[in-house]
Design a protein around this ligand. Structure first.
Ligand SMILES: Cc1cc2nc3c(=O)[nH]c(=O)nc-3n(C[C@H](O)[C@H](O)[C@H](O)COP(=O)(O)OP(=O)(O)OC[C@H]3O[C@@H](n4cnc5c(N)ncnc54)[C@H](O)[C@@H]3O)c2cc1C
Length: 411
């Protein structure tokens, strides 16, 4: 009897961890459009040089073994009735017996004119590299004798969206720029703007952790504008609206962190969805009309999870265990399980020297929280071999940020 074919689409928190738990005993194909995983909660530290690419973005072929076959290809269509997945640049669709969907979301530009064309997303390694290059480029073009007000205009960076991502990235950017100003003896100071439509930063989080976030934004001199809506983005700036009046500012770069939208692969899938376009799944993660298809992570709405977990790595990571267990049960003809998912806590990286951590209902911040965050995330990286190597590297080689050096000296 040939082994049942398990196909997993998407190698992020949901897909990779499902594949790792299933590998060894089953015939698994992991289809994913990148050749590496990204531990997104530490993309900020990669951007600031506190960690290296191999720490947080290991290649799949270094992680999986045994029966997991990795296919680096973009899935373009799923036919739930024919049980096949079409892949870009592949003539024949890939057949499956059991399918796990975990393709995650994409940046939501919310239809703001110019946003997709001119602002930078921040979800991948290449996005972090691109932003860093823009900052170095901006700094390299400032003559040392330029008056402070002109330097400030030339080095204005705007971030759209003050969720956790906006707060983490803006404080890192500001700290790196401030450090670069000192090293290059530039006059004045940089300007980092954080624009938020709502009335507060980190709207989905509790007051306890917000206190540390507010303090860090102040410490890193990030200029926060709440109740502010971005109207358009152009090649050299953006226009925002606050309290009925509009203002246009010149920027060296705009980073778009304004939300996540549905993956196009799921958009065109003929299955039951919520009003927001998320796949509705049973408590076993199966699609209601297709028992052999499971969905998890950012693309699915799970009936029994704390609402604060929606769209988080924590949820996808926890669901992966359930997905692997249920795929095995399905193939063995056994009963499938369900699970209640709870929030495991929060850990935000704030600037290059501090963090805020919420665990067991208690929040703490500062340099100690930064260390705790590194320790916590060592334990969440995929595979114990990778954890060990990364943990040793952080312990022995340190986690100091990499300054924004002139272009020729950046690596
Ligand atoms: C910068 C950043 C920081 C974050 N920080 C945190 C945090 O601190 N804590 C937290 O809990 N959550 C955090 N998140 C959210 C978290 O990353 C997501 O909730 C989580 O990754 C969702 O897991 P997933 O498996 O659903 O999707 P993802 O992890 O996004 O994985 C999807 C995978 O599918 C691949 N893919 C997409 N489309 C296709 C296709 N058509 N064909 C083949 N492959 C495809 C993608 O390349 C990717 O590898 C952060 C997100 C970002 C962007």
């Amino acid at each position: 009897m040939p082994k049942p074919r398990i196909v997993i689409i998407g190698g992020g928190f949901g897909g990779l961890f499902t594949a790792l738990e299933l590998g060894g005993s089953h015939d698994v194909t992991l289809v994913t459009d990148e050749d590496h995983f990204v531990f997104t909660p530490m993309l900020y530290e990669y951007f600031s040089g506190e960690v290296e690419e191999w720490h947080i973005a290991p290649r799949y072929d270094e992680l999986v073994e045994g029966n997991v076959h990795v296919m680096v290809a973009k899935a373009t269509r799923v036919d739930l009735n024919a049980k096949t997945v079409s892949l870009a640049n592949q003539p024949d669709p890939l057949p499956y017996d059991v399918l796990v969907l975990s393709v995650g979301g994409i940046t939501n530009y919310a239809g703001v004119p110019g946003a997709e064309e001119f602002s930078l997303p921040f979800r991948k390694i290449e996005h972090a590299d691109h932003l860093r290059q823009r900052m170095v480029n901006g700094l390299d073009h400032v003559p040392p004798d330029l008056p402070p007000q002109d330097v400030r205009t030339q080095l204005t960076f705007a971030l759209v969206g003050a969720g956790a991502s906006g707060c983490e990235l803006s404080t890192k950017m500001s700290d790196l720029l401030t450090d670069a100003f000192k090293r290059r003896a530039l006059k004045g100071e940089p300007r980092v703007l954080l624009l938020e439509m709502g009335d507060r930063v980190v709207p989905g989080m509790g007051d306890q952790i917000r206190e540390y976030v507010d303090e860090a934004l102040l410490h890193s001199r990030v200029e926060v504008h709440t109740l502010t809506r971005v109207v358009n983005v152009t090649s050299d700036g953006l226009t925002f609206e606050h309290d009925g009046s509009e203002e246009h500012i010149k920027t060296a770069a705009v980073v778009w962190l304004g939300g996540v939208r549905m993956n196009p692969l799921i958009e065109q899938l003929d299955a039951e969805k919520s009003r927001r376009g998320l796949l509705i799944v049973k408590p076993t993660l199966q699609l209601p009309q297709y028992d052999n298809v499971l969905a998890l992570g950012d693309i699915a709405v799970y009936p029994d999870a704390s609402p604060t977990l929606a769209g988080t790595a924590q949820l996808a990571f926890q669901q992966a265990s359930l997905a692997a267990r249920n795929v095995k049960a399905l193939l063995d003809g056994k009963e499938l399980h369900s699970k209640h998912f709870e929030e495991l806590g929060e850990a935000l990286s704030l600037g290059t020297e501090r963090a805020a951590v919420l665990t067991g209902g208690k929040a703490f911040g500062g340099a100690l929280a930064r260390q705790a965050r590194f320790a916590l995330y060592t334990s969440r990286l995929p595979t114990w071999q990778h954890r060990l190597r990364v943990g040793a590297s952080w312990f022995f080689e340190g986690t100091a940020p990499r300054p924004l050096l002139p272009l020729g000296l950046e690596r």
